[in-house]
Ligand binder design. Structure first.
Ligand SMILES: Nc1nc2c(c(=O)[nH]1)N[C@H]1C(S)=C(S)[C@@H](COP(=O)(O)OP(=O)(O)OC[C@H]3O[C@@H](n4cnc5c(N)ncnc54)[C@H](O)[C@@H]3O)O[C@H]1N2
Ligand code: MOO
Length: 407
């Protein structure tokens, strides 16, 4: 008899798995996109290092703002150069965006605010003292922690690292995931159909896509028939090469559901749980073998996809040392939604962001078995009903998982 555990308990078991010390590798900045940074990044200088002009204009002394007298232009100060001449009362230096402010100056009067008369300027519109000067450390100060260890590298991190002259960055090595789909009725892409009961396998590729999006390296092992020896061999190969091995199909109660037998009896893996009170995905099996995680997902396309999101993605985040979490937010539901069964239920819905709130509806969503993957197309989310939740009434706030924000 199978011992079904709650969704919360199953998550807790996976969260508590001890993982080995992560390895770190160096990568060139832009190649490191999506990887998790392995050390705090601390500024080794102020930015800017010196007072810098934020506009094209004339560097002056503020006292001259209140004088009716013309101010003499004594020099030109293009960005990238350092002028020797100094600003004093009655004289100015033409200075450009990105140029250092010349010695003696404390204000930048923009070109638009002056009239040039031969080699002099007349101020026609005043600015406050200190105008348009980027102060030392405006962007960041020396010794500031700019990027924290555990951050996922995105465009802004690339830019900040570049401004620190860091070309190679230490990142945590991403986990490797081996994926296979089991079933004598499923065909890989391009395989010729030889009888009416055969269907195309989507699971192995849906899960590859999810894992790659989460930054894992994927070993695609394809399709294997419902045969104990083939499944054993495949799982052994996966365990040799990957940190996580994922299968789909063959975990429920049918005569040909061999995946569970292989994991339990052939591999002698430590079963963490087999059966969770979730819908879809009740037959899910998680096991450990030689510190590798095996997740055997149900065969139905919607079930395996939802369970890969709920179980595989958080484990990838954990192995790659990322602090990211599944994107769960509150949303307003547009219809009554009774609680059907005492399980944690994940139902596909449409989500829109309207006037600062997420709102969900079920327009066009099909009802039927856990085979319906098309319910995840367009603007999808999953409504989450906890196993102890009440019937939901239209207009109430509910928990949803935003599928298009999965990373
Ligand atoms: N008597 C019972 N029958 C079933 C139960 C049960 O409790 N008692 N549970 C049902 C539920 S819930 C699920 S979920 C499935 C899970 O079964 P398996 O994990 O053993 O999966 P399969 O039987 O191999 O396949 C189920 C279904 O999905 C199709 N499939 C399989 N692989 C793929 C693939 N790679 N891509 C797309 N579709 C796939 C397969 O053809 C089946 O239709 O068991 C229920 N039965
Ligand atoms: O548990 Mo099954 O995955 O509901 O369809």
């Amino acid at each position: 008899m199978r011992n079904f555990i709650s969704y919360e308990k199953s998550l807790e078991i996976l969260e508590n798995i001890k993982t080995k010390t992560p390895t770190i590798k160096k990568m060139f900045l832009t190649d490191a996109l999506g990887h998790v940074i392995a050390q705090d990044i601390i500024a080794d200088h102020n930015s800017p290092e010196f007072p810098t002009s934020a506009m094209d204009g004339y560097a002056i002394k503020a006292e001259d703002l209140n004088s009716e007298k013309l101010i003499t232009i004594i020099d030109k100060n293009p960005a990238g150069s350092v002028v020797e001449s100094e600003v004093s009362q009655g004289v100015c230096i033409k200075t450009f965006t990105g140029s250092l402010m010349p010695k003696g100056s404390d204000t930048l009067i923009p070109i638009e605010n002056v009239e040039v008369i031969e080699d002099k300027i007349k101020i026609i519109k005043k600015v406050p003292k200190g105008f348009s000067i980027r102060e030392v450390g405006e962007n960041y100060k020396k010794d500031d922690i700019l990027i924290k260890k555990g951050t996922i590298i995105s465009f802004a991190e690339v830019g900040v690292l570049a401004s620190l002259n860091i070309a190679q960055i230490g990142v945590f090595v991403s986990p490797t995931v081996a994926i296979a789909s089991t079933g004598s009725e499923i065909l890989d892409l391009g395989e010729i159909k030889t009888n009416d009961s055969q269907i195309r396998s989507s699971n192995h590729l849906t899960i590859e896509a999810l894992c790659k999006k989460a930054g894992a390296d994927v070993i695609q092992m394809g399709i294997v028939k419902d045969d104990i020896n083939s499944i054993t061999q495949l799982l052994q190969t996966g365990l040799q090469k990957a940190d996580i091995v994922i299968t789909t199909g063959g975990v429920s109660v049918g005569d040909y559901d061999f995946v569970q037998d292989v994991i339990k009896d052939k591999l002698n893996a430590e079963i963490l749980f087999h059966g969770v009170t979730v819908k879809p995905g009740m037959h899910l099996l998680a096991a450990l073998k030689d510190d590798k995680l095996i997740i055997a997902l149900p065969g139905f396309a919607y079930s395996s996809t939802v369970c890969a999101i709920l179980y595989v993605l958080p484990f990838i985040y954990k192995l790659k040392q990322s602090k990211q979490k599944l994107p769960i937010v509150k949303a307003k539901i547009n219809q009554d939604f009774p609680r059907r069964i005492p399980k944690t239920i994940f139902t596909a819905c449409n989500v829109e962001y309207i006037n600062g709130n997420y709102e969900i509806n079920f327009d066009g969503k099909r009802k039927g078995t856990s085979a319906i993957l098309t319910n995840m197309l367009e603007t999808p989310a999953l409504l989450i009903q906890k196993d102890d939740s009440e019937d939901i009434k239209a207009g109430e706030m509910v928990d949803i998982l935003l599928l298009d924000q999965l990373k």
